[in-house]
Ligand binder design. Sequence first.
Ligand code: COA
Length: 386
Amino acid sequence: MRSVSIIGTGLTKFGEHWDKSFRELIAEAGVKAIESAKIEGKTIEAIYGGCMASGRLIGQEHIGALIADQLGLNPIPSTRVEAACASGGVALRSGILAISSGTYDIVAVGGIEKMTEVSTEAASFALGGAGDQETELFHGATFPSLYALMARRHMEEFGTTEEQMAMCSVQAHKNGVNNPHSQFQREITVEDVMQSGYVASPLKLLDCSPITDGAATLILCETEKAKKMGLENAVEIIASTQASDSLALTGRKSLTEMAATKIAVKEAYEKTKLEPKDIDLVELHDCFSIANILAIEDLGFFKKGEGGKAVEKGKTSLNSEISVNPSGGLKCGHPVGATGVKQAIEIFEQLNGTAGKRQVKNAKIGMAHNVGGSGATAVIHIMKKT
Ligand code: COA
């Protein structure tokens, strides 16, 4: 299998884009990525676009064709990839497989979601489609409530506290302040989180990722070709793994771990011969504060049950034991289809040393962890500077 590198990136600001349409966001991120890769659009051979719920959110389907059309890249093959909140990560993996198999040399990978066109209720209903329609959404379970069940169980089994979960959000906002693309550029305190009102107990408003518009694009290139092109900022993707689990929480052996994450990351560590201690930064899937705690345990950075304490001791803040979500993570913007692509963009910047005030010192190896639904899909990418 051939090696694949990221050679260009494009990102819109994450937030409420009342003044920009879905297709304008695609164009903005796409054009920025092509310019950043210093290539001509016509050298792109295929597109993979992650998008979760455009049908329910803006009444538009057929997003693959829309992306190619909008970027003026017809007639190359353009495919929409849907894996709930992991749509972006799975689109990235699809692009990697297309190059590593020898089918293409250069592809574009996009992610897009426009979520603020509808009410919070309608967005919650659309997001609920990532869970099990029959056993969860039909009975009124929203995503905050599914993650609240996991949080309750973690509290019960390991003594994790609401304050420790609140600290995940505090840390995310602290990093987000230094990210110009972040939805929120304000710091918050544990008290702010604790007083922010329950959405689904024990999760409060500030334990949740927000509803966000945004788009992200990556240009991928076969590594040897990128070297020949003299692209000095290329970042090599040294592992791309994915696993699945039961769609509904009722099918899980445990509510305090995500088996798909554990399986995908184990395979990634084996492939790269790396261990958790070798990872300098991780962009992990913190759609809710408890998801941050589950992930740092499941990815092997801390033992099961010790995630809350690790966050409390500051072991996951910038330039500590493991720098978690220097971008501000999903807590600072989660346009669901775009998130997995944006995570890779943050790692690209960190490994190139261009992340400004949120730069992780000496960052050499970065990991992206993207989850679909309540854990039914997990995708891992590990990257290093070539
Ligand atoms: N974090 C920080 N601030 C938030 C926020 C969040 N998650 N959500 C909303 N806000 C802020 C808004 O900016 C707004 O601030 P302002 O008054 O200064 O403008 C204020 O809180 C109220 O916003 P509003 O849009 O009315 O909130 P809401 O009650 O409609 O929605 C949630 C809040 C938490 C219910 C919504 O963000 C949500 O459903 N999040 C989860 C999304 C999700 O499930 N994603 C998939 C994960 S798998």
